[in-house]
Write a protein that binds this ligand. Structure first.
Ligand code: NDP
Ligand code: ZN
Length: 181
């Protein structure tokens, strides 16, 4: 096996340390309140080990993808620490928090066909990770109907992504097949 580029490893571990620090006081919404950082790590794991993705900017974008939406991180901070490409990946998958939730949900569907390749990969991994969480560790107060609704909305978002990575699409479809019933 080829040795990884040391500067790629440096970027990945810097992103992991940065995201772990930013999300340090946050938990997921499941009954056990798992540490939030498990989720960004799962995106990177899905991309690398299930999708075969080796692009370091995509991997770092995945690790950092919820820092602006869910912490005090700014786009300028991301650019300063990780450069403009990674900042742009994160911003492309960041909802505008000023908008009401139903509008944000609709915008994800209409924005998906416009995503460039790198943020699209992060978006697919995010939906795979969240569907697995809902299948295996759902928020305890979510009804069956709400879990089903989330699965269908996630599929509507991913169906809009053009020229999707075939391996990741297969992983998404296998995950969608676990739609609760
Ligand atoms: P939320 O957006 O509030 O929660 C889902 C998000 O929470 C995920 O996308 C994920 O985002 C994050 N998350 C954290 N922990 C978990 C976990 N364990 N499992 C899955 N996701 C987790 O909920 P909805 O997507 O349902 O959005 C709210 C919408 O639902 C509104 O539009 C509202 O109108 C509607 N609604 C529907 C109800 C129903 O019964 N159908 C009831 C109430 C509201 P991330 O990747 O960013 O962490
Ligand atoms: Zn996420």
């Amino acid at each position: 096996m080829q040795n990884p580029d040391p500067s790629d490893l440096q970027k990945i571990f810097k992103a992991l340390a940065f995201a772990a620090h930013k999300h340090r006081d946050q938990r997921r919404k499941d009954e056990d309140a798992l540490p939030y950082i498990n989720h960004p790590i799962s995106l990177a794991d899905i991309l690398v080990n299930e999708g075969g993705v080796t692009d370091v900017e995509v991997i770092c974008g995945a690790i950092l993808h919820d820092t602006v939406e869910d912490t005090d991180t700014t786009p300028e901070e991301l650019e300063r620490e990780f450069g403009p490409v990674i900042r742009d990946i994160v911003m492309e998958v960041t909802d505008k928090k000023s908008l009401p939730k139903p509008v944000r949900k609709l915008l994800q569907i209409t924005h998906a066909p416009k995503l460039k390749e790198k943020p699209a990969l992060v978006k697919i991994a995010d939906k795979i990770s969240n569907l697995r969480d809902i299948a295996d560790h759902p928020p305890s107060d979510w009804s069956l109907q709400r879990r089903q609704k989330y699965f269908d909305w996630a599929k509507a978002v991913i169906d809009g992504i053009q020229n999707v990575h075939p391996r990741l699409r297969e992983v998404f479809d296998a995950t969608y097949a676990r739609r609760p019933r």
